[in-house]
Design a protein around this ligand. Structure first.
Ligand SMILES: N[C@@H](CCC(=O)N[C@@H](CS)C(=O)NCC(=O)O)C(=O)O
Length: 213
């Protein structure tokens, strides 16, 4: 059995962060499919009791250890592998600062926006507008940062960049706009991430694409 198991599904940018990190560090891992859209496994009492009380993907299993929250998983894998680690206290806090901003306001808005647009039974126009307006601002903040240095923390990619990758490689049609359009910092950064050894597209890395009708 591979060393790591990752509960995930192809459409999840939150899970992609963990899957991408496992690939980038060259880990021996296998995906465990969460039938999120079909059976809604994450909502069952069994899943919440046995896999993740928060009812979310991703979940990383490493032997007896079970970890959730992509930021925690990235930190754990960086510590285990020594790769993509922030160096020293200042960098560690700086990485955490960007991971929290990203979780809440960048990928944290891109994910629900894309979900509402593609898969919600009743897309809520007001909620989508709320997210879209804030996304313009928050993507602008990230873009400005990435025009100053190749990666979020400077010259080297860290877990803050792996976190930011969350939804950035999914097709533009799913968002109805191109994330990197008019944002040269993000466009160049995305190509740098794509060029890292071990990079793979989310739909090639995790099970469940294309979705069963
Ligand atoms: N902050 C979490 C977000 C995880 C998350 O929201 N995952 C989605 C899938 S992309 C989920 O499982 N949502 C279930 C729900 O909200 O009920 C992380 O980074 O791991």
């Amino acid at each position: 059995m591979p060393e790591y198991q990752l509960y995930c599904f192809a459409q999840s940018g939150n899970a992609y962060r963990a899957a991408l990190m496992l690939n980038l560090i060259g880990a021996d891992w296998e995906p465990v499919f969460i039938d999120f859209f079909g059976k809604g496994v994450q909502r069952t009492p069994e899943f919440r009791e046995q896999v993740n009380e928060m009812g979310e993907a991703p979940v990383l299993v490493h032997g007896k250890k079970k970890l959730t929250q992509s930021g925690v998983i990235l930190t754990y894998l960086a510590e285990k592998s020594g790769k993509f680690m922030p160096r020293g206290d200042d960098e560690r806090l700086e990485a955490l600062r960007w991971i929290i901003f990203d979780n809440q306001k960048v990928n944290g808005f891109l994910g629900p926006y894309r979900f509402l647009r593609n898969w919600a039974a009743q897309p809520n126009a007001g909620a989508m507008e709320f997210l879209k307006v804030r996304l313009q601002n928050n993507l602008g903040i990230v873009d400005k940062r990435l025009t100053k240095a190749p990666f979020l923390l400077g010259e080297r990619p860290t877990i803050a960049d792996v976190s930011l990758a969350g939804y950035f490689f999914y097709p533009a049609e799913e968002f109805g706009f191109e994330i990197a359009e008019g944002r040269p910092g993000i466009a160049a950064w995305r190509e740098r991430i794509r060029a890292l050894p071990g990079w793979a597209h989310p739909y090639d890395l995790m099970p469940g694409h294309p979705m069963k009708k």
